[in-house]
Design a protein around this ligand. Structure first.
Ligand code: DGJ
Length: 727
């Protein structure tokens, strides 16, 4: 059955139905685009036009009803104009050749077609013709003749829309783009909460939920990377919404650079949501005939709480964003040598680690930082991607062969976008660093960022890295990025284009990702950015998993993985059992493994130095992972309790056919007076019975009354993992 966005030609009303949600907007009589509706599926079309608000200013009947045009805040906008009396952040701002900024485009045309086009140079979601339908609406600003193409793709089975904006200068004079949001949508609820995820190194994606108050709230990164400080995602939800009930609206940017999410509530209870490139870090020169494509934004809706919203995004990212070949392919259990050895490794140590790892069920060994140039600490050699044969006791190919001879796959760490101040590459090409002449160059971890706005720099990195990948026939690459952008400038661009550097950098990054994934499609890439800094949907489009945090302390991970799970599926979260170099609290190895099971599982420690009683458990953990990983990778994830509010932190993974459920519970602090509790397990089949190996339980009872849990013994950070099998 073909899907079609519904269009009412008379009033130019557009309605897109995605999964069980509808989204609607309309062309006004004066040709502007106003928002009408986003919520549960509705059948109405023409009637939707009655929903747009009225101007509350008392107009005398004798006055022209068209008066009061400086006050347009009561309207809901789909494309928010600049400087015509709307005042909340605009969708796009174009500075004309005259230096003015009014941006007020009017309707030109629309078209619809099945499927979804790719975005030039940018990662984007994908779908087959029978899975989705695209609507394009074209607007043009009469003064500058700049055109705006709004593109919406609605997916048939998921309540998610993918959106972007393409801007083309059809005029005769150059203009400058000052702002270009990927998504604008307006709400008219009186009381909404905003949910967002900020953080720092070792403390990624902290969950925040607060009532929206009047005024503008900007969730942002101005760091050149999406970064630790704020994730490019946001949820607006009804104040009463819970995990299982209430309306929730989520939006996620498919972008890895500086971004702004603007949430602006007016006293008329109109709330503008804008998502896109950060206007402070972005300008773009559009000569006559030039076009600019914004990154994609995804918007998802749930009428049944935050849990359902998260599961919609998980399904969407797994089925329509991550590289297709990794959708169902089981991810290998890996061991990474970083926490075990840092820079102090040798071929002998690595082979020994590989042998022990293989004997216990691990499948892939990753050699982290330190294998190239003169890299014996973090002060040098980034950019010199030549294996250090002295340290490796031979070539990289020989090391890879030695690891494979032990029965493991082999992976390597790179930091492709960076250049050490002390490197042969910097001595040869000091101009290849991002920099602003006349200003000192801030370094961080003794490194600068390469100027990826220059194609020759990306070419160089592609060539040098490809040689190593080829030589070692890598199965896996860890792609790290350990600093943010400062003194932004490129020695290769003219003054009028310096405002383009940060975005051009990200385009260069995506170009490198695309070339590497095309040339080495079998190689699994795991993203990383000083832990989980650049964990975003832009990177996930190339790299289906991301190192969630350098902080592998099981207690901290409860929070980090909880926050990450609101948008990103567990299959995207790198999670390892570690003996961390953090001053970490003690957690039994069972609990460290139970927490790491909720991600792409692995180890980050020296198995050969593990206490024997802990090592004895590794084999069983690996076997258990194989038994359950399909639940984690493709199943439905339920947050049962929040670590922010509970001492008993619980979650579950449920197979899509509801035949198997993995319940995980962590009891954070020991409480002598804890009497246990019943954890309700939503989502199970109410008609079925489930067995935990000892008892059988009616599904309906587990849903309504819960499953009884209590601490297995005395102590902090104890855990339980229960498999419930449908009978
Ligand atoms: C930061 C990463 O997050 C770590 O896992 C490790 O790869 C180091 N960089 C290596 O320098």
């Amino acid at each position: 059955m073909a899907m079609t966005p519904l269009v009412q030609e008379k009033n130019l009303v557009f309605r897109l139905d995605a999964g069980n949600a509808s989204y609607a907007f309309q062309v006004t009589p004066d040709g502007r685009l106003q928002h009408l509706y986003w919520g549960p599926k509705v059948e109405a079309l023409e009637e939707l036009t009655r929903l747009n608000g009225k101007n509350p200013y008392p107009t005398e009947p004798s006055l022209d009803p068209q008066d009061n045009q400086c006050w347009r805040e009561h309207q809901l906008w789909e494309f928010a104009p600049e400087d015509i009396g709307v005042y909340a952040p605009a969708t796009a701002t174009v500075r004309s050749a005259q230096g003015t900024q009014v941006t007020d485009p009017r309707y030109v045309s629309y078209r619809t077609f099945p499927g979804k086009p790719a975005l030039p140079g940018l990662p984007a979601s994908y779908g087959q013709e029978e899975e989705c339908q695209t609507l394009e609406v074209l607007l043009e600003d009469p003064a500058t003749r700049v055109q705006f193409l709004l593109r919406y793709t609605a997916f048939r089975n998921l309540p998610v829309l993918a959106r972007s904006l393409a801007i083309t200068n059809r005029g005769d004079a150059p203009v400058e783009l000052r702002r270009a949001a990927s998504l604008t949508t307006d709400f008219c609820h009186e009381s909404l909460d905003v949910v967002y995820f900020d953080g720092f190194w070792g403390k990624e994606r902290c969950f925040h939920r607060e009532p929206l108050q009047g005024g503008l709230k900007v969730l942002e990164s101005t760091r050149g990377l999406s970064g630790h400080a704020m994730n490019p995602s946001v949820i607006l939800c009804e104040r009463t919404a819970t995990e299982e009930a209430g309306r929730a609206y989520g939006a996620l940017l498919v972008y890895s650079g500086s971004f702004a999410i603007e949430v602006d509530q007016s006293p008329l209870y109109r709330t503008r949501l804008n998502l896109g490139l950060h206007p402070q870090c972005f300008q773009w020169l559009l000569n006559p005939g030039d076009s600019f494509q914004t990154p994609e934004a995804l918007q998802g809706f749930s009428a049944a709480g935050l849990g359902t919203l998260s599961r919609a995004f998980h399904d969407f990212l797994r089925n329509h964003l991550i590289p297709r070949q990794w959708r169902d392919a089981p991810r290998p259990i890996l061991i990474n040598n970083w926490e075990a050895m840092h820079f102090d490794f040798s071929k002998e140590k690595l082979v020994k680690l590989a042998r022990t790892a293989k004997a216990n069920g691990v499948e892939l060994l990753v050699l982290d930082d330190g294998w190239f140039g003169k890299r014996n600490n973090d002060r040098n050699a980034l950019g010199d991607w030549i294996p250090n044969q002295e340290k490796l006791d031979g070539t990289m190919g020989e090391l890879a062969d030695a690891i494979r001879a032990e029965g493991l796959k082999f992976g390597l760490w790179f930091e492709p976008e960076m250049i050490s101040r002390d490197s042969d590459l910097f001595r040869k090409h000091p101009d290849w660093a991002i920099q602003t002449p006349g200003h000192s160059l801030s370094y961080h971890r003794f490194q600068y960022m390469l100027d990826f706005s220059r194609p020759e720099v990306v070419d160089y990195v592609f060539d040098t890295i490809s040689q190593v990948i080829q030589e070692a026939k890598l199965d896996y690459m860890k792609w790290d990025a350990n600093r943010e952008m400062t003194e932004v400038g490129s020695l290769a661009l003219p003054p009028e284009q310096q405002g383009e550097v940060a975005h051009r950098y990200v385009l260069g990054l995506y170009d490198l990702y695309q070339r590497l994934t095309r040339r080495f499609p079998q190689m699994l890439i795991e993203g990383c950015s000083a832990g989980g800094g650049r964990f975003d949907a832009g990177i996930l489009a190339f790299s289906p998993q991301f190192w969630t945090s350098d902080n592998s302390d099981a207690f901290s991970r409860l929070f980090i993985q909880y926050g990450t799970s609101f948008f990103y599926p567990c299959s995207a979260m790198g999670a390892h059992v570690a003996v961390n170099w953090f001053p970490q609290r003690y957690s039994p190895v069972e609990t460290r493994a139970a927490v790491a099971f909720a991600g792409t599982f692995g180890y980050e420690l020296d198995l050969d130095r593990m206490p024997p009683e802990e090592l004895a458990q590794v084999k069983a953990q690996c076997q258990f992972y194989h038994q359950c990983h399909h639940l984690v990778q493709n199943g439905d994830y339920y947050r049962l309790t929040s670590p922010y509010e509970n001492n008993t932190v619980a979650w579950m993974h449920l197979a899509k056919d509801k035949s198997l459920c993995l319940l995980t519970v962590v009891f954070v602090r020991y409480d002598a007076a804890y009497a246990g509790e019943n954890l309700r397990l939503p989502g199970l089949d109410p008609q079925a019975t489930y067995s935990d190996g000892t008892h059988t339980w009616p599904g309906n009872l587990l849903i309504q009354a819960g499953y009884p849990v209590t601490t297995p013994k005395n102590g902090d950070m104890l855990s339980l993992q229960i498999l419930l099998q449908k009978e």
